[in-house]
Design a protein around this ligand. Structure first.
Ligand code: AMP
Length: 251
């Protein structure tokens, strides 16, 4: 069984985001970029499935600029067997990414797609759901535990929902999106970083996959959140209650 893992290159989670002066987006020039943390979790889960003898190959896929190859190399150093880079410039919205993944499914024929529940740059939380919809596959989103039954070709997915845990049983092939508590991704070791240099990364253009890069949405403006006002130190509980009542009007 082959597992396809979608890994997105995003601004590193520790970087303080700066909005571009023309408000067209966030600054990505000269900024540290990394694999989206939820995609690291997705890849880790795929590697654990392979190590448990339940998958034969883990293929990492990334879409975007030429630098996505660095993200794929990180994935290969973690343990993915090979990479696929779909090179595209400009903004890629979830529906386009989902169409590209669907096209790759037709070429690669995986039985499972694992991806992050959301990319931390645009926080869309849409791509997994869309690709499952386009393929007509069952989906287990926000997975906090995954169990596979190879004989029965089933995946059992536990999800953290508001009231507790929901357990879903999915027929394979299926799409799973990962939540934070699913696992702790491994670090790539130096020997594996060296080995990753000789692993194959296949390149496609969206045209080769018959996907048109066009968007039906337009980002109008990206702005900084309003600056938080400095706090005040109150001298007594009575003063606090007075301010909450008469200034903040919250009690
Ligand atoms: P989103 O729906 O944009 O929040 O992204 C959810 C997940 O879709 C990510 O965690 C990735 O697994 C996948 N994904 C989105 N965009 C890309 C991309 N450009 N390349 C690879 N995977 C992506």
């Amino acid at each position: 069984m082959k597992v396809l893992v979608a890994v997105k290159r995003v601004v590193d989670y520790a970087v303080k985001i700066r909005v571009k002066p023309d408000k067209s987006g966030v600054e990505t020039q000269n900024v540290k970029m990394s694999m989206n943390p939820f995609c690291e979790i997705a890849l880790e889960e795929a590697l654990r499935i392979k190590e448990a003898g339940l998958a034969s190959e883990v293929v990492a896929v990334s879409m975007g600029s030429a630098q996505c190859v660095d993200t794929l190399r990180t994935g290969l150093a973690m343990g993915a067997d090979r990479g696929i880079h779909v090179e595209a410039t400009g903004a890629l919205y979830p529906l386009t990414v989902a169409k590209v993944l669907k096209a790759l499914v037709e070429v690669e024929k995986p039985r499972l797609i694992i991806m992050g529940k959301q990319a931390i740059d645009d926080d869309c939380n849409q791509t997994g759901q869309m690709v499952a919809g386009l393929l007509g596959w069952p989906q287990g989103t926000f997975a906090s535990k995954v169990l596979l039954d190879r004989e029965k070709q089933l995946a059992t997915v536990e999800r953290e929902v508001d009231g507790g845990l929901e357990t879903l049983c999915l027929d394979l092939p299926a799409v799973i999106t990962t939540d934070l508590r699913l696992n702790q991704p491994r670090y790539a070791t130096l020997p594996n970083i060296m080995k990753a240099k000789s692993k194959v990364i296949k390149k496609y253009t969206p045209q080769e996959l018959n996907v048109e890069i066009k968007s039906d949405l337009e980002v109008i403006e990206v702005t900084e959140p309003p600056k938080r006002k400095a706090g005040v130190i109150v001298s007594s509980v009575d003063e606090l209650i007075d301010k909450l009542k008469n200034e903040a009007h919250v009690i």
